[in-house]
Design a protein around this ligand. Sequence first.
Ligand code: ADP
Ligand code: MG
Ligand code: MG
Length: 247
Amino acid sequence: MLKIENLHAEVGGKQILNGLTLSVGAGEIHAIMGPNGAGKSTLGYVLGGRPGYEATQGSVTFDGKDLLELAPDERAAAGLFLGFQYPVEIPGVSNLQFLRTALNAQRRARGEDEVSAGDFLRLAREQADKLGISMDMMKRAVNVGFSGGEKKRNEMVQMGIVDPRLAVLDETDSGLDIDALRVVGEGINRIMRRPDKAVLLITHYQRLLDIVEPDFVHVLADGRIVRSGGPELAHKLEREGYGAIAA
Ligand code: ADP
Ligand code: MG
Ligand code: MG
């Protein structure tokens, strides 16, 4: 589904990704771990097409399409979803408006009809309910005044509504208490653990991987994947730290 080959990328003229190669097949969950500053978030931003994050060498294909050639909205329409380490606040735009706009943009790009107001409300209510987000919060400005945990749960509501094929989730577990972690982790499983979907889960902690069990675990250090393995690799990292592996 996703094939990253020898990817090099720069941010602000500084080279951050240095020949990163990674293949993700349908039905797979891949955890990306690695020390601070390794380039994990940069990888997410390059995949999402964030301005300023420039691929300088290598290739990324998504379902055989050249992902790097697509504009960010075209990437979303193709089924890519990015969950951020720090979800943005959008004052003046309600969660419901924001989500309906995102969903309709995606549908138009796919040549589908826009969702009706009634169908959208039913969908939003269903997804919000599953993540413990009230309709009252759905009517509030996007993430404004939300706690860290509410922002992350709200992000999973967004993911449930746009129903992506590939989700890149950057430290979705950061700042979550045990209960919120379980709700978010189970949300990821419910929405994304399907034979036709895949997840790149960027995390520092085993506690999320206890809920969302990865098929593969990779260590990203100095802008490339330096080690890959199964779930046991995450346990080894938790015990021994990155030092032993990156060295
Ligand atoms: P990680 O998510 O693995 O902690 P990042 O991808 O956030 O790492 O950052 C990788 C490196 O890129 C760090 O050294 C960071 O300081 C640098 N970096 C990230 N964004 C920018 C930016 N906008 N301008 C300059 N350097 C940046
Ligand atoms: Mg970091
Ligand atoms: Mg990061």
